[in-house]
Design a protein around this ligand. Sequence first.
Ligand SMILES: Nc1ncnc2c1ncn2[C@@H]1O[C@H](COP(=O)(O)OP(=O)(O)OP(=O)(O)O)[C@@H](O)[C@H]1O
Ligand SMILES: [Mg+2]
Length: 158
Amino acid sequence: MIIITNSEAETIRAGEALGRELKPGDVVAIIGGLGAGKTAFTVGLAGGLRCAASVSSPTFTIVNEYPGSVPLYHFDLYRLAGEQELFGIGWDDYLGLGGVCAVEWADKAPGALPEGVIKVKIESLGGDSRSIEIQHTTQGDGSLVLQPPSHSVASDAF
Ligand SMILES: Nc1ncnc2c1ncn2[C@@H]1O[C@H](COP(=O)(O)OP(=O)(O)OP(=O)(O)O)[C@@H](O)[C@H]1O
Ligand SMILES: [Mg+2]
């Protein structure tokens, strides 16, 4: 599925739409260049999961935790020295905590991503336009069915 957004608010709504469909244990790998909108999308994920705390960029800490009935673990791997550093902070433990893991710059640790990861690729189309491709790699029951975010421009994508 590809969603085109034309503002940060629309990207947040796209994240909310995905967040509402997530289940405990899901991992969302968010890939895109500097300033693409990865954190904005994650703000939406937290909203869709109804996490209470507000999302900020965990650039200096690798991971921030947002409590909720399904908590969100928000990783930013931009400054990751290597996959080993991620395993060193307990990546495998986070996967088993019953929350959702959202991982900005997930392409920095491809070997850490579990099977069934949901890939979100954000690309700038110039100005405030972004293309957001959501790809669910699980071969399983296909239970991830997304409702279009309200006011989505790309209504033909659904
Ligand atoms: N359609 C859009 N979607 C998301 N952000 C947008 C959009 N149009 C403009 N922006 C702007 O782009 C910036 C995106 O910032 P954000 O922190 O979400 O990006 P990021 O991918 O997390 O960056 P970083 O690589 O630094 O982590 C914000 O300043 C936001 O206002
Ligand atoms: Mg960011």
